[in-house]
Every structure is written in structure tokens, then in C-alpha cells.
Design a protein around this ligand. Sequence first.
Ligand SMILES: [Zn+2]
Length: 287
Amino acid sequence: MKFGPVQVDVVEDGRFGLDGGAMFGIIPRPLWLRSDPPDEANRIEMALRCLLIRYDDKVILIDNGMGELWNERQLEQFAVDRRRVPGLLANLQRLGVDRHEVTDMLLTHFHFDHNGGTVMADGSLTFPNAQHHGSAVNYALALDPSPKDAGSFRPQDRQGLVVGENLELHDGPWSFGPYLDMLISDGHTQGMNLPRLRAGGETLVYCADLVPTSSHLHLPWVMGYDCHPVTTIEEKTDLLAKAEAEQWIIVFEHDPEIDACRLVKDERGRYRRGEVIDLGGQARSWG
Ligand SMILES: [Zn+2]
């Protein structure tokens, strides 16, 4: 989809599954069962929806999926499926983009399902010519995680990244080029960057794990994975109010059905999906 001079395309990295209970925290199973039906192992399907952003000579990726550094047992555990929905590099190729052409990699945070595609199966960098960008606070957490999220920050997903060389770390809100700036969210994990694109009269916000799916538009529907769930709710309240008032496009990294939507408020003041936006790029052949 074109936003003024900026071309935005969805590139997914297959699908995976996470425990439905963990995805919805304190929300009882009967409430999320209908909107997010689990499989026999109680996993709900999740997209790994990265964005490709192109303008001038820039070829930018936002997040890079969960990558290839997984053994058979883990692929089964996370229900990784790259047959029905192809992996990141295959989807980039469909758009005519070679991995060597990527100039910048904007990482929302250093959890494995967001930066796992940094490294190829042979241990080399997937995007060797890209400058990688991430949050300084979140990188420090990745190096010294709490027992709660140590499993999400995997050292092998960062091998080959050197701070000050191919990895630039940023403190607080920062901007990138003429169209992108980063909002900061601390509820899921400290220092998570939410890229916001303003171009062609539209504003898009890539919500990463603050609002991972459209089901999480309900304010109390917060992931059990979140380190600071009350902060998540406060941040969602603030972001969704602005997004609804100004009709921003909310992009969902993990929603299994839709790329993005605008918001409407129902009669009880709850945010709901409004206009569903198909950002394009991703082949839809799996139906
Ligand atoms: Zn995360």
C-alpha cells in the first residue's frame, strides 16, 4: 500500500502458535475461546507480520520474525508453519527484494519472535548490509534478563550484531528519517519501540506486543508474558484513545486474520475494529 512517497508491504515469517492462556493473561478461557480458537494443545495461531518500508534508496524492515535457529522439538512446540504461509525471505523475494538490499532493520524489541530472523541457520547475518536499530534499555535487558522472560531473549538471535557497528542502540523516543518515529512502551518489556509512520496524510502505528492482535484491543486483555501488565493497560489506554481520535491505522504484528484496522468506540466506550486495512504485499494464496 502506498502512503505518499512511502511503499509499505506486509512480509510475514510463517505462522506459529502460543498458549492461549499466556496470550490473554487473567482473561478466562471461555471469553477468548470464540474469538481465538485454540488447537488441541491450547495454542492459538499467531502471525509473524513484519513490515517492509521503501522510499528513496531506503529498504527498511520492521522486525524479522522468528528465523531459522530452531530444532525439530521447538518447531513442534511452537507449531511453526512455513508451508501454508511462507517464511520471511521467500516473501521478500516475491516482492523482488533480495536480503542484501535491506538497508535498515528496526527491531521493536529483542524477543525471539521479533528478532529471530536476524541470523541465518548457518550463523551468518541474514541482512548483512543492514544497519540494525534497537532500544538501548531493551538490549540491556536482553543481556541480563529476569527469570520471567529469560526464555524470550535468546543470545543466538543476536550473534554477529556488534553495538556501535551494525547495531545502533537508541535511548527513549527517537526518529528515523523523514517519515518514522518510535513510541516507547514499557509494559510488555522495557523500552519496546513502536514504529509510527506518518506519510501521505495517514498515520500508522506498528503495535508490536503492546496490542499484538485485534483481540487485545479490549483494554484488560493483556498477555501473561507482560512484565508490567498495569503499565500495558495504561499505555494501551493512551495509544488507542489517540488512534481512535485521529483515525490512525493500527498494525497488528501477531493477528492471524487482519493486517491492520482503524478503531471505533462502541456504546460502552470500548475500542473495536473499525475499517479493516489490507496493507498488501503478502501473498494471500493460503486463503
Ligand atoms: Zn515480546
